[in-house]
Design a protein around this ligand. Structure first.
Ligand SMILES: C[S@@+](CC[C@H](N)C(=O)[O-])C[C@H]1O[C@@H](n2cnc3c(N)ncnc32)[C@H](O)[C@@H]1O
Length: 237
């Protein structure tokens, strides 16, 4: 791991205890609604095999498992052991008809054969893979590799509102409340300084479409949420 990757890895192995609570506070509970929307988008084409990439504490995997047909297999992958443990605990409590399978792994070297998944979903982690990350191209190549031809990649991620006033307010909120409250509640200042900075400087929806097209995806579409402060991108291999 390079120094930057190690910093990111340290952030995600340190944060989990209050991770869900902090997400909920910062988004006023909307993160759940946005993951639900992303899960529905993933399921539109009735995939039989779905990967929740960078699954964290498992919320998207759980939604997918709740909504998918019983013969659909849902796999969650993350490189943070503490995040995966939370995901396991949560799913065990829910008594789902079909449990997602959680796997420890790095997006740089996905432990799946070529063309394995009908759909890959990622919630609030694409920014981590692509914001000032030297491995971006490798991550994207791995995502393309494990998707079936015609398979879909669904990204729900923070974005930049095209309304100047809303964008300014959003950035102010990230720079002040999110940064300071996140550091205070979690006790992890680097994690919330990173979140605040990366969310303010991340791609807008159109730039993200360009990145996906340049990587080799096609038919990229965007659904903007909350005046464009969040967006769901869908791309086809
Ligand atoms: C902001 S969290 C999002 C978690 C979850 N998807 C959600 O909706 O809350 C980002 C997650 O990406 C994981 N992650 C970041 N880089 C990764 C990589 N290269 N390989 C695997 N997991 C990674 C982190 O461990 C963390 O759990």
């Amino acid at each position: 791991m390079t120094g930057e990757e190690k910093n990111l890895y340290d952030i995600f192995t340190a944060v989990p205890d209050k991770y869900d609570l902090i997400n909920c506070i910062f988004t006023w509970g909307l993160d759940k609604k946005w993951r639900l929307e992303a899960a529905r988008t993933c399921l539109e084409t009735r995939p039989e095999t779905i990967l929740d990439l960078c699954c964290g504490t498992g919320d998207l995997s759980i939604r997918l498992a709740q909504l998918a047909a019983p013969d659909t297999s849902v796999t969650g992958l993350d490189y943070s052991q503490p995040m995966l443990e939370k995901a396991q605990e949560k799913t065990a409590r829910l008594h789902l008809k079909k449990q997602p399978v959680f796997i420890k792994g790095d997006v740089a070297d996905l432990p799946f054969p070529d063309g394995h998944f009908d759909c890959i979903g990622i919630s609030f982690a694409f920014r981590n893979l692509t914001y000032k990350n030297p491995l971006t191209q490798r991550y994207l190549a791995e995502i393309l590799r494990v998707l079936k031809p015609g398979g879909r990649f669904v990204i729900v991620e923070s974005s930049q509102s095209s309304n100047l006033l809303i964008r300014k307010l959003d950035h102010l909120y990230l720079r002040t409340f999110v940064r300071w409250m996140g550091s205070l509640i979690s006790g992890n200042k680097p994690a919330y300084t990173y979140l605040s900075e990366s969310a303010r400087k991340f791609y807008n929806a159109e730039e993200l479409v360009d990145l996906l097209i340049k990587t080799g995806f096609r038919k990229v579409s965007v659904k903007k949420l909350l005046f464009g402060a969040t967006a769901i991108h869908t791309a086809v291999k």
